[in-house]
Structure formats: structure tokens, C-alpha cells
Design a protein around this ligand. Structure first.
Ligand code: TRP
Length: 331
């Protein structure tokens, strides 16, 4: 049986954290056994908000690659590659840009949220249009499944529309991708206010040390009404409880009544959580240390992944050019 193909990835704008883990990374590690998996490190998309500091992106490309390898992405099963080194993605983006209107882009809910978050009064052409480029990321290798967090669903829907439009207008050469949203689509930050996000400074990183994890868990917001040890807790408003549900689900049936009756205090609850998180992160720390001891290996993995991505891109582009009457060189 032919394996289905996955494409997913991240912008290299910072170290990956537990939000990424529950939203997509854990899923990817499982899926790499069943699917031919492509993982894009989307540095061009990263430029949309970091064009003034490309050197930061460069550094983060390696950080993200190590995050992938440390969670257990296997280079034998998953093709990890760098977006800017695959010219076919850029070509496809330009062709797709004919098939989308500016108004549709302006109404994309994820674009709107991000524009607000970054305080953009006006948007660059590249930022407004990054969903077009993301459609090219997904389709250049004919991926049919895109495991992502819930905030990415509008972009996948958009990619499907472009594919349908292309296939109707020219020739049915592109594959319509489907989104696959992880079980815990979104993880609240340690401040309890919003989703875990680097720009909000409320993250627990996959590369955090035991000490950092212990400290961050101790600082995590709990039920604000529970000031004293004897006050009754309200788990549904507690961030630590949300984390217990995500990372320690076996403990939750016991924890909920214990919190509500003040049989357990926040400090004990946090200690249990920190222990579970460190247990999850320990094997990742070990793998990371191995790659950090051999940075050349990370580079080789990225270069051979990128080479495979280019080959897939060249195959797709030959069909796309033929469908669009642009295959002048085909003879
Ligand atoms: N937009 C995604 C994010 O911000 C990253 C990304 C770029 C992506 N290209 C992709 C995700 C293609 C899935 C498929 O996290």
C-alpha cells in the first residue's frame, strides 16, 4: 500500500515549547511511522515578521531542528527541510497568487489575529500573503494530510480552495490536503491568560532544564480565589489543572475532588506536575545532548532532507508547468 503523505512544520522564530508539543509535535512523532512525513522549517514565513533580523531566524533554524530531533522525529522516516532552499515553493507561490484575491486574505481570521498581536496598522505584501506561500509549502510535495494546531485550520482550508481552483482551471495535478488537529489543540500559557507563546513570555520550552521547569511550574497561575491552603479550589479556572489534564490525565480523577475540597494544596499539585513534565522531557534532553555534541550531524540531516524536498518539488513543478502551458522547456 502506498503511504499517505504528511506535510507540516513551524516558523523558526524561537525554541519550541509544550504548546507545540501537545498541539502538534507529539502527533507528528506517532504519525511518522504511518506516513511519509515532510517537516518544513518555514524560514521564509518567519521573515514576514522578522525581516529586520534574519540572523535570528538562522539561529532558530538549528534550534528548531534540534527540537524536532529531540522529541523523536526520525530522519529516516521524516524529511526535515529548510523552506528557503526549495525554490519550487517560491515558484508555486507566485503562480497561486493569481488565484486568490486580496479581500479573502484580509478576512483570514489567523492573519487578523496575528496582525493585531504584532500591532500592524498596515501589512506587508509578504505578511498578508503568507497563507498563499503556506499553500505552496503543503502542495509542492502533494501532501494529503497536515497535522497542525487549531489556529492553522483557516490556512489549510485556504490551501484546499487554491488546489480546487487550480485543478478546475488547468488540470487536476494538485492534491487537496486535509487538516488534522491534535487532541489538545491549544495550551494556555503559564500566566493563564492566553495561549503559550514566545512573544508573551509564558512558555515552558522543550529545551528547559529540570530547574527551569520546576521554577516555571511553581510560578504558574492557579485559581486566583484560592489564597490560602484551606480555601477550596476551582480546577476549571486553574492553569496547573489544565496542564495536569494535558500531561498527567491519569491523576485528574483523583485531583479534581481533592482540589475542590482542599485535600490537596497548590504546592503539592505543582510538584506532581513538575515531576511529570520532567519525566516527559528527560528523554528529549538526552537526545538533544547527543545532537549538540555533533552539530554537523544536524546540518547533514537538514541538507539531505532539503535535497529530497527539491526532488519532489521538481516533479510537481513539471506537472504544474505543463498544466499552465508554461512548459516551454519540455520540448
Ligand atoms: N504557519 C505555521 C505556524 O505558524 C508554520 C507553517 C509554515 C506550516 N508552513 C506550514 C504549518 C505548512 C503547516 C504546513 O506554526
Amino acid at each position: 500500500m502506498v503511504k499517505g503523505r504528511i506535510l507540516t512544520g513551524d516558523r523558526p522564530t524561537g525554541a519550541l515549547h509544550l504548546g507545540h508539543y501537545v498541539g502538534s509535535l507529539a502527533n507528528r512523532v506517532k504519525l511518522q511511522d504511518e506516513y511519509d512525513t515532510f517537516i518544513i522549517i518555514a524560514d521564509v514565513q518567519g521573515l514576514t515578521t522578522n525581516f529586520e533580523h534574519p540572523e535570528k531566524l538562522r539561529e532558530n533554524v538549528y534550534q528548531v531542528a534540534k527540537d524536532y530531533l529531540s522529541v523523536g522525529m526520525d530522519p529516516e522516516k521524516a524529511t526535515m527541510f529548510i523552506q528557503s532552499l526549495v525554490p519550487q515553493i517560491a515558484e508555486l507561490t507566485i503562480f497561486y497568487s493569481m488565484l486568490v484575491t486580496v479581500n479573502v486574505l484580509r478576512h483570514n481570521p489567523t492573519i487578523k489575529t496575528e496582525a493585531k498581536q504584532y500591532g500592524y496598522q498596515d501589512m506587508t505584501y509578504g505578511f498578508l500573503g503568507y497563507p498563499v506561500s503556506q499553500a505552496a509549502d503543503i502542495t509542492f510535495c502533494k501532501a494529503n494530510l497536515v497535522p497542525v494546531g487549531e489556529d492553522q485550520v483557516p490556512h489549510i482550508e485556504f490551501a484546499r480552495k487554491i488546489v480546487r481552483r487550480f485543478n478546475d482551471l488547468y488540470k487536476p495535478v494538485l492534491v487537496e490536503p486535509q487538516a488534522m488537529v491534535g487532541e489538545v489543540g491549544r495550551l494556555v500559557g503559564t500566566d493563564g491568560d492566553a495561549k503559550m507563546s514566545k512573544s508573551l513570555g509564558n512558555c515552558i520550552y522543550l529545551s528547559d532544564s529540570v530547574k527551569e521547569v520546576d521554577h516555571k511550574v511553581m510560578m504558574t497561575v492557579t485559581d486566583p480565589a484560592r489564597m490560602r491552603r484551606s480555601d477550596l479550589g476551582h480546577p476549571e479556572v486553574c492553569t496547573v489543572y489544565a496542564y495536569q489534564k494535558a500531561f498527567n490525565p491519569g491523576f485528574v480523577p483523583e485531583l479534581k475532588p481533592a482540589c475542590e475540597t482542599a485535600a490537596i494544596g497548590c504546592v503539592d499539585c505543582k510538584k506532581r506536575l513538575a515531576a511529570v513534565l520532567n519525566e516527559l522531557l528527560d528523554p528529549m534532553r538526552e537526545r538533544r545532548a547527543r545532537y549538540e555534541a555533533n552539530p554537523k550531524l544536524v546540518d547533514e540531516i537538514l541538507m539531505s532532507g532539503t535535497e529530497r524536498a527539491r526532488q519532489e518539488g521538481a516533479k510537481t513543478m513539471a506537472e504544474v508547468r505543463e498544466a499552465m502551458c508554461l512548459d516551454y522547456d519540455a520540448g
